[in-house]
Design a protein around this ligand. Structure first.
Ligand SMILES: *[C@@H]1O[C@H](CO)[C@@H](O)[C@H](O)[C@H]1NC(C)=O
Ligand SMILES: *[C@@H]1O[C@H](CO)[C@@H](O)[C@H](O)[C@H]1NC(C)=O
Length: 419
């Protein structure tokens, strides 16, 4: 082959290569274009599904928009089983005796700081509506997919019953639990803090779990408490949240009202809204009370926030085991450690301080109680404790006259004893 031939061959190859590269780029561009427009369409569709028409909208100082949605238009009624559901406006039964006028008067006197959610500073929702935190495009785009938005990312089975699963998913707990009986609810007063989160894909929460079934694929769980979750909310604020699943965090359930299931009746408290104020180190301490109980007549699981707000209920049909009763109750903290290679995150649990530091420094749960088979609130019997690595996050129980059964929990995560 002569020199000219060689170079002609070369330039032909170069041309072919250039053509090829050009067509590859345009092909992948086109593919990307359709991908992104398809995604945009999915996101828009999901936003339309989640954000119901509002009677009134309130802008919260934290940037949230709270939509007051007519109670009959809330997300729950997208559920095929709830099409003809008649909303129950109050529970048939309350383990503390609800709507006791004397008690309500007493409680109102006690309430020194009636503002519990930040958005209240800018308005309230009218009667017959419920406040719903508006989902924005960015909220969904932070999730790994449209489908994943509002769900727990990994299976986060509380590990106490199954040590084999410990450390597997990066979720770490410092909890107190009871099992071995039938439970019909649980209560706790939870100290509120704003723990630091190292990476946006981690979270820190403090909650109670109402669990039914074994820790297999069909675990039923109802969860409520406070959380800091940058991925879910786009900031580091401490927010009131709920979660439910009837298949171990796989296909069913979600946070707050981000799927159909929970039926809200309350016009004052928005799920997922910021709690204000939060506690400060050696400063004022704030706590929230949460009660979840099963209505013995209809079988629904009701939730109350504080002394005054009955939020609504999870209909019994959402669950299998919990349609009957719970087999385990847990209280405590959970964080996600997303560090690889045995490294530990500095994401804090509770206040970020260890239990032995006590009141004003460590975070607490007090007056923890269960609802027993005669539908009464009782002190839990045979409390167990569990933590994967007590050098990172720990728990310490106690009991006294004022606080009943209580515990301190939490920690800083990464520290010299937790590298
Ligand atoms: C949340 O906190 C982290 C560090 O703790 C910080 O880097 C980040 O900017 C904060 N995010 C927002 C939205 O404030
Ligand atoms: C979790 O992992 C840590 C460090 O690798 C280990 O010290 C701890 O014992 C493990 N916990 C359980 C419950 O296996």
């Amino acid at each position: 082959m002569g020199f000219a031939q060689l170079s002609r061959g070369r330039s032909r190859r170069a041309l072919a290569l250039a053509l090829c590269v050009w067509s590859l780029i345009s092909l992948s561009c086109a593919a990307r274009l359709t991908d992104s427009s398809r995604q945009q369409l999915d996101v828009q569709k999901h936003l339309n599904r989640l954000n119901k028409p509002a009677v009134k909208s309130i802008k919260s100082p934290d940037g949230d928009i709270i939509d007051c949605v007519h109670i009959s238009q809330q997300p729950a009624f997208d559920h095929p089983y709830l099409k003809d559901h008649k909303i129950q406006m109050r529970p048939n039964y309350h383990p503390e005796g609800l709507f006791n006028e004397n008690k309500v008067a007493e409680k109102t006197k006690e309430r020194s700081n009636p503002q519990v959610q930040l958005w209240h500073t800018n308005g309230r929702c009218p009667e017959d509506t419920i406040p719903v935190r508006r989902t924005r495009k960015d909220d969904i785009l932070r999730a790994s997919s449209v489908k994943a938005y509002g769900r727990k990312k990994q299976r986060s089975i509380p590990k106490s019953a199954d040590p084999d699963l410990a450390n597997e998913s990066g979720h770490q707990h410092a909890i107190v639990y009871v099992n071995g009986d039938k439970y019909y609810g649980a209560k706790a007063t939870i100290n509120v803090w704003e723990p630091k989160i190292q990476q946006p894909n981690e979270f820190s929460l403090s909650q109670l779990w109402i669990l039914g079934g074994s820790f297999g694929e069909d675990l039923n769980s109802i969860e409520a408490g406070w959380q800091v979750s940058p991925d879910l909310y786009g900031d580091n604020n401490t927010r009131l949240f709920t979660y439910w699943t009837s298949d171990a965090y796989q296909a069913t359930g979600c946070y707050n009202l981000l799927c159909s299931g929970f039926i809200q009746i309350n016009s004052e408290i928005a799920m997922g809204a910021s709690i204000s104020p939060v506690s400060g180190l050696r400063g004022s301490q704030y706590d929230i009370s949460i009660l979840v109980w099963k209505d013995p007549k209809e079988g629904h699981w009701w939730m109350q926030f504080g002394n005054d707000y009955v939020l609504g209920y999870w209909p019994s049909f959402l669950f299998s085991y919990l349609a009957d009763s719970a087999s385990m109750i847990e209280w405590g903290g959970e964080v996600v450690n997303s560090e690889a290679d045995g490294q530990h995150t500095s994401t804090q649990m509770g206040s970020g301080r260890f239990p032995e530091e006590g009141f004003g420094k460590a975070s607490y749960f007090r007056n923890i109680q269960v609802v027993d088979s005669s539908n009464n609130l009782k002190a839990p019997k045979g409390l167990g404790t569990f933590t994967e690595q007590s050098n990172c996050y720990d728990v310490q129980t106690g009991s006294n006259g004022d606080w009943g059964h209580y515990f301190y929990y939490g920690g800083p995560g990464k520290n010299p004893n937790c590298p």
